[in-house]
Design a protein around this ligand. Structure first.
Ligand code: NAD
Ligand code: UGA
Length: 465
């Protein structure tokens, strides 16, 4: 039986782009992406493709090709579940903010709600695919919910974690390093795995589609994110030592990256990693290890987060101490608010935490980001609950013009590595700033020589004097 109808619950950063690409590459499959968030669905259906709720290079083209043909966005969750032979669950799995495991464990309430809804609505056999990132052994919880509803429907649960990175989602989906599919080892399990392999093999070479048991697949996703984040924390840990010793972290990264066992990727020192997943997934891994009593394993991985928090705080502290130990009343321009370039996503962005620290020091922050809306920046600060919403609005001003943001500033801080920052007229920025004019490059992207020649006092993360 070839799958003809796919439903995906959750139209977020993963559900939207992933399903758009499946629909693009499999024109014979009807793909319906559903969400309870009406505003989000309306945005996915917006005629003007620049209004899609997720900004990703190339996404508009994919949506344009498939939407209305075999790709649909809808709030009618029950209908889409009923129609589909294969249901992806791609809802959010944030860190728990209450109860047992607060601040560490993944909150699975949305996953459970989906499972219960599928159980209630399904009248025919379904393959349920975990697309969300989940703690190892979640499939058994989903299975137990689905199998105890008494409506005689057979369910197969697959784990198919997503490895796309934001900003390159379409590229990653078109040519993934690998697609991972975990399933039961029974004959039914293998049939279900094959159904999903058949979907991906429409465009992914067979040798890049890896099949495993469910638990390996679930755990591989957490492990992959932990390893990636660990590389960033490792290079960031060294960046501080470089600054003290006169070494340059970029040169160190290049030197070690040429060792083929280490490899050159993911060694860019920064103001700290952000994004919705690294921290959440490592905390989840730490929590799982602790629940099995594996305290050394838990402590080992927790250090990745501790180092990252330190990196963000140290960047803010350096601004304060360099500006003569006070930023009170001083305008500090922020270039970038998103957690990385080419996305409008700000979840866990280092910029939020650096801003929070500087607001505690009574700085006046002037933020500019090419893709992030003003209200999002305020919402990010309000979410921290450090001060009132009014105080956040007094301390942070949001600009649509980077030159205005930098005008009269004592310092410019680069928080995101947007390409356009490199192209700015830095002389114009310098002329309109307070003197001495400082630049704190938290991404190491600007031309040091040029900035020094213009008269800036330039600080680059990981570069010793
Ligand atoms: P998101 O918050 O952008 O989207 C989740 C969507 O699910 C929301 O729109 C929400 O309204 C919807 N939703 C929640 N409960 C629902 C329900 N019961 N019925 C219908 N809709 C419901 O999250 P995301 O960034 O797309 O992440 C989703 C999952 O994918 C997470 O587990 C995450 O860890 C994982 N993941 C994310 C990325 C990434 O780059 N963002 C990459 C790989 C994996
Ligand atoms: C990351 C993983 O790369 C994806 O494979 C995974 O699917 C995803 O998490 C997820 O599970 O959500 P993403 O967070 O979108 O993707 O972006 P990354 O490119 O991994 O960057 C994460 C953060 O690390 C960013 O803040 C980035 O600026 C920072 N980073 C990355 C560095 O500081 N240095 C680097 O060398 C690389």
């Amino acid at each position: 039986m070839a799958v003809k109808h796919i439903c995906c619950i959750g139209a977020g950063y993963v559900g939207g782009p992933t399903m758009a690409v499946i629909a693009q590459k499999c024109p014979d499959i009807k793909v319906t992406v559903v969400d309870i968030n009406e505003k989000r669905i309306a945005a996915w259906n917006h005629e003007d493709l620049s209004k899609l709720p997720v900004y990703e290079p190339g996404l508009d083209e994919v949506v344009k090709e498939a939407r209305g043909r075999n790709l649909f966005f809808s709030t009618e969750v029950d209908k889409a579940i009923e129609e589909a032979e294969m249901i992806f669950i791609s809802v959010n799995t944030p860190t728990k903010t209450y109860g047992k495991g607060k601040g560490m464990a993944a909150d699975l309430k949305y996953i459970e709600l989906c499972a219960r809804q599928i159980a209630r609505v399904a009248k025919s056999d379904k393959i349920v695919v975990e697309k969300s990132t989940l703690p190892v052994r979640t499939a058994s919880a989903i299975k137990s919910i689905l199998e105890n509803t008494g409506n005689n429907v057979n369910f197969q649960i697959l784990s198919n974690p997503e490895f796309l990175a934001e900003g390159t989602a379409i590229q990653d989906l078109h040519a993934p390093d690998r697609v991972l599919i975990g399933g039961e080892t029974s004959a039914e399990g293998e049939r279900a795995i094959q159904e999903l392999v058949d979907v991906y093999s429409q465009w992914v070479p067979k040798e890049n589609i890896l099949t495993t048991n469910v638990w390996s697949s679930e755990l591989s996703k957490l492990t992959a994110n932990a390893f990636l984040a660990q590389r960033v924390s490792s290079i960031n840990a060294l960046s501080e030592l470089c600054e003290k010793t006169g070494a340059d972290v970029n040169e160190v990264a290049k030197a070690i990256g040429m060792d083929s066992r280490i490899g050159p990727k993911f060694l860019k020192s920064s103001v700290g990693f952000g994004g919705s997943c690294f921290q959440k997934d490592i905390l989840n891994l730490v929590y799982i290890a602790k629940t099995y009593g594996l305290n050394e394993v838990a402590d080992y991985w927790e250090q990745v987060i501790i180092m990252n928090d330190h990196q963000k705080r140290r960047f803010a502290n350096n601004i304060v101490s360099t500006l003569y130990n006070t930023v009170s009343g001083k305008k500090i321009a922020f270039l970038g608010w998103a957690f990385k370039k080419d996305t409008n996503d700000t979840r866990e962005s280092a910029a939020i935490y650096v801003a929070d620290d500087l607001l505690n020091e009574q700085a006046q922050i002037a933020a500019y980001d090419p893709k992030v809306e003003e209200e999002q920046m305020y919402a990010d600060l309000d979410y921290l609950n450090t001060r009132s919403a009014d105080e956040n609005r007094q301390g942070l001003s949001v600009y649509r013009d980077p030159y205005e943001a930098c005008k009269d500033a004592h310092a410019v801080a680069v928080l995101t590595e947007w390409e356009e920052f490199k192209e700015y007229d830095w002389k114009r920025i310098y002329d309109n700033m307070q003197k001495p004019a400082f630049v704190f490059d938290g991404r190491g992207i600007l031309d040091k020589k040029l900035l020094n020649n213009l008269g800036f006092v330039y600080y680059r993360i990981g570069e010793g004097a």
